[in-house]
Design a protein around this ligand. Structure first.
Ligand code: OGA
Ligand code: MN
Length: 279
């Protein structure tokens, strides 16, 4: 005789408009059958926290694969990517990660951004170093009908070179040109998802709104960033060793909060392949 056990999905809300905590065990998560329910909750809640789940790198990779297509890192193609501002640990991307201290969506230079990132904490920061998230579906939904009608039509040029000025106001020309070589990408301000839901596409790569004067463009982008990141739509995760957090990169923005770059803060990241273009 064999009995099929159905794993019960156990979770609780963190804040009304964003975030849920998942309370299933590591074994239950690795068994894989909760994958579809986790995916659905991720889309509804934006951010899922797995407190002190303590996955090894292999377990994190295996768990990621229960949720969708695994996206290898562009740099190096390794399965686990180290996220740290420490140049000794991460010589290629510590510079690039300085932009992650400002609100952003991963992959605005691509037409199909990654679906989600999974970040696990190996060493927390000595001070600061929370990761902040905000729900860009909830932020869009709460706009007035007049604002929605105006913003629905707008398109925004995104570039990595524009975000350099956030952390280095006077870059060398060589550095600017290096960043400009990455290119620019024109995206809608409001993402019309296949599900019928809509979210805002913002962040430090959002440079200018097309066909409006520069001052109005800045007013729209700064105003919407302020709106979307307000307390009601946001959650700041304070890390403990072993925590894993997943964010829906298509319906949230995120940022690392300031920390000492030499403190040894170390996160391990895996990613899920994008399934839907910005449109
Ligand atoms: C990222 C990122 C934020 C953090 O991994 O894409 O932005 O808190 N990380 O390290
Ligand atoms: Mn990021």
């Amino acid at each position: 005789m064999s009995a099929t056990t159905i794993t019960r999905f156990v979770h609780e809300e963190i804040k009304p408009r964003i975030g849920s905590r998942i309370l299933n065990s590591k074994e239950e998560l690795l068994a894989g059958d909760l994958g579809p329910q986790i995916r659905e909750l991720l889309e509804q809640r934006g951010v899922l926290v797995f407190p002190k789940i303590n996955f090894t790198d292999e377990e994190q990779v295996a768990f990621t694969k229960t949720l969708g297509g695994f996206a290898a890192e562009i740099r190096g193609g390794e399965e686990i990517h180290k996220i740290t501002l420490d140049v000794k640990e991460n010589p290629q991307s510590a510079e690039y990660l300085k932009g992650s201290l400002y609100w952003h969506i991963d992959g605005t230079m691509n037409d199909v951004p990654i679906l989600a990132s999974l970040l696990s904490c190996k060493v927390p920061a000595s001070w600061g170093g929370n990761t902040g998230f905000c729900n860009t579906y909830a932020a869009y939904d709460a706009l007035s009908d007049e604002q929605k009608a105006e913003y629905d039509k707008l398109r925004v040029v995104h570039s990595v070179w524009a975000s350099v000025f956030y952390y280095e106001p006077e870059p060398s020309l060589a550095k600017l040109k290096g960043m400009q070589a990455i290119g620019e990408n024109e995206l809608p301000l409001v993402w019309n998802h296949r599900s019928g839901r809509k979210s805002l596409v913002l962040g430090c790569t959002a440079h200018r709104v097309l066909d409006v004067p520069a001052a109005r463009s800045a007013e729209i982008l700064v105003g919407l960033r302020e709106w979307a990141t307000q307390e009601e739509f946001s959650y700041s995760h304070e890390w403990s060793v072993g925590d894993l957090v997943i964010w829906d990169n298509t319906g949230t923005m995120h940022r690392a909060e300031a920390y000492d770059p030499n403190c040894g803060r170390m996160m391990h990241r895996t990613k899920l392949q994008g399934e839907e273009p910005f449109e």
